[in-house]
Design a protein around this ligand. Structure first.
Ligand code: AMP
Ligand code: GLY
Length: 417
């Protein structure tokens, strides 16, 4: 089949690697892709990902059998709807269903209706209700921008004035109770009814070692999770995923695509922190590195409502770790345009990179620039190999976390009792 892959980040590079490995994929076309994807895809095309009609037109032009939408913004804009309207299979939810990610308030509403365990929350638009919500829940304060914010719309702080200031800047916010416990990212492939969980992974949201500093889009990830409670995935499928999918069907807006469930494992059990409507970045790199089942076949089954007939997933043994190399300044405004060396190695995944037109040199072009992604017989071996890749990358002013997967390897992740 001919697959059109939309997006240009590390997640899309990981998806491209997985799709290219699937023998059923005859041709991979990327729009726009990045220099890492360029080595895998047959063609790279330019299209405005926020323009549903333009994307649908491209899908027709390249005679795609399957369109895979990487990032959230095109989904929220209705790209999947426009492609589906052309009779082309698309992996990604409708605009209506993507509101599970596009609006924190909508997601809370669905969770409440579906009886899904999550933090208690208020949606607030004025200073008075913000103040009341902050005082009811107390510190640490959790204030979330209602709309899409590329993983940076959430402030978690003990500083009440800072929490109130973030609410003021956002306008419409969700303020919720703080959930204490280790976080899990669980990806679920679904056709709206049948649902298949992938391996749970853990992401590192804060920019600094020891989970310090501001939130980012994610600084690293690993899978599987040696500390995860037995039966976690079954419990989340039963208590979170199936009720949410049923509620979306009941509303007449079934969710088909990738449901990303962000959880905290609290003393009271798993609680949903957020839903996303697409693969997580960078978790996708570790999860797909371990998936043995051909990826295009799986995504095609979800896109065509035939997931119930898909064979059970097969996984490679061992573990995978990815470490993000970020540009100077990230997660605030990153410095771009610096020359990168040492990135032309298998396992180096491209996120924010570009080629210089004059000489083909690799340049930094975003906040999260590259990732070192490796597998190994166990987490420790995978971690060593990932950091080996990162040590080989040279980018002036870049930074990365040095503690990705360390606590899990050292048995320091404790589940709250
Ligand atoms: P979100 O965009 O909702 O995933 O939030 C980004 C990050 O903020 C999460 O990965 C958590 O680390 C943190 N966070 C969000 N909501 C909560 C909460 N209710 N309790 C504790 N931490 C939270
Ligand atoms: N790694 C977090 C996200 O993709 O939202």
């Amino acid at each position: 089949m001919r697959v059109l892959l939309l997006g240009s980040g590390g997640r899309e590079h990981a998806l491209a690697l997985g799709l290219a490995e699937d023998a059923s994929v005859s041709e991979l076309i990327a729009a726009p892709g990045n220099p890492g994807i360029a080595r895998i895809a047959r063609q790279q095309r330019q299209v405005d990902l926020a323009d549903p009609a333009a994307v649908a037109g491209l899908a027709v032009e390249v005679a795609a059998d399957l369109v895979v939408v990487g990032p959230e913004a095109p989904l929220v804009a209705g790209v999947a709807d426009a492609v589906r309207a052309k009779g082309i299979a698309v992996f990604g939810p409708s605009a209506e269903a993507a509101r599970l990610e596009g609006s924190k308030a909508f997601a809370k509403d669905v969770m409440t209706a579906a009886g899904v365990p999550t933090a208690r929350a208020y949606t607030c638009t004025d200073a008075e209700s913000v103040g009341r919500a902050l005082d009811e829940f107390g510190a640490p304060y959790v204030v979330k921008n209602d709309g899409l914010a590329a993983g940076k719309g959430v402030v978690v702080t003990d500083d009440r004035a800072r929490a109130a200031a973030h609410a003021r800047e956002c306008g419409r916010v969700v303020i919720e109770e703080y959930l204490a416990g280790p976080e899990v990212s669980l990806f679920v492939v679904t056709d709206g009814e049948a649902a298949v969980p992938l391996l749970p992974a853990q992401d590192f949201k804060r920019v600094g070692d020891g989970d310090t500093g501001p939130n980012t889009g994610g600084m690293g990830a690993y899978a599987p999770l040696p500390w995860a409670p037995a039966g976690l995935v079954d419990e989340v499928m039963r208590d979170v995923v199936h009720p949410t999918l049923a509620e979306m069907r009941r509303r007449g807006t079934p969710f088909a695509g990738l449901l990303y469930v962000g959880l905290a494992i609290t003393a009271a059990g798993p609680r949903v922190i957020e839903f996303n409507a697409r693969f997580g970045d960078p978790e996708t790199q570790v999860v797909l590195a371990l998936l043995e089942t051909p990826l295009a076949g799986l995504l095609h089954a979800a896109a065509t409502g035939t997931l119930a007939e898909h064979p059970p997933l097969r996984w490679r043994s061992g573990a995978a770790v990815t470490v993000v190399v970020a540009a100077d300044g990230y997660p605030a405004k990153p410095r771009t345009g610096d020359v990168i060396t040492g990135a032309e190695r298998p396992g180096v995944v491209h996120a924010g990179t570009a080629r210089r037109a004059t000489d083909g040199a690799l340049l930094s072009a975003g906040g999260r620039v590259l990732c070192g992604t490796a597998t190994g017989a166990d987490l420790a071996a995978a971690r060593d190999a990932a950091y080996e890749l990162v040590r080989g990358i040279e980018l002036a002013g870049s930074h990365h976390r040095s503690d990705i997967a360390a606590a899990a390897i050292e048995g320091r992740i404790v589940l709250p009792a």
